[in-house]
Write a protein of this length. Structure first.
Length: 219
């Protein structure tokens, strides 16, 4: 079952809560859990690699997606087909180049999503060769590609938002939380407005990139 142009238009996949087939729901949930986990764990790995060693940190390297889930980030998956994990705590003071290494840490999350999408696309092709149903891998590709591309939006807590926040010196935990909730609320408001009004605000610019990337990965 190759992905046709009409099938590609189903991505980014946004659940229709009024008509949600069981198989679509299961595959979407699996895709979301894996996307959240790989995004968070990749950030933790990069932060550690760049010098921010936090051996006892509870948000690193447990590979349990439920512990990485953010309420607002998970809700965004339902509203817009993409989202984000709970913030991985990092200490920029431990980086030799605080701004650069902070941005690299945050960007590693969506890069890991793109890598997972590539692996899932390979499995999709392999399942097709065996004449087996590759729908799970198609959803995995779609969710991770969407997550990676939508993190180009320069609003915290999305990865591109770190280009702005990483340059704020001595950002207190309270200020970081306020920025997180303000950015999360703004993102949710934008995409909720898209769903309620049927008018695109940001998605018309990003959805063609999602579909073109999927077309490239799944042939």
């Amino acid at each position: 079952m190759l992905m046709t142009p009409s099938a590609l238009e189903a991505f980014p996949y946004i659940p229709d809560l009024n008509n949600l087939p069981f198989d679509a729901m299961v595959t979407f949930v699996v895709g979301v859990l894996l996307a959240i986990m790989i995004n968070a764990e990749a950030q933790a790995w990069m932060a550690t690699l760049l010098g921010d060693l936090q051996v006892d940190a509870k948000d690193r390297f447990h590979f349990i997606p439920f512990l990485h889930m953010s309420v607002l980030g998970s809700l965004c998956y339902v509203v817009a087909g993409f989202g984000w994990p709970k913030p991985i705590e990092i200490n920029p003071a431990k980086f030799s180049h605080p701004w650069l290494f902070t941005v690299l840490t945050r960007v590693t999350g969506p890069l890991a999503n793109f890598l997972l999408a590539n692996i899932a696309a390979s499995m999709f092709v392999f399942m097709n060769l065996l004449d087996l149903d590759p729908v799970v891998f198609a959803m995995l590709v779609g969710v991770n590609v969407t997550t990676a591309i939508y993190h180009l939006i320069p609003i915290p807590p999305l990865a591109a938002g770190s280009l702005l926040t990483a340059g704020i010196p001595n950002l207190s935990p309270l200020a970081a939380r306020l920025i997180y909730y303000a950015g999360s609320g703004l993102i949710l408001a934008i995409f909720l407005a898209e769903r309620l009004t049927g008018k695109g605000i940001l998605s018309p610019y990003l959805n063609p990139l999602v579909q073109a990337t999927m077309k490239f990965l799944i042939k």
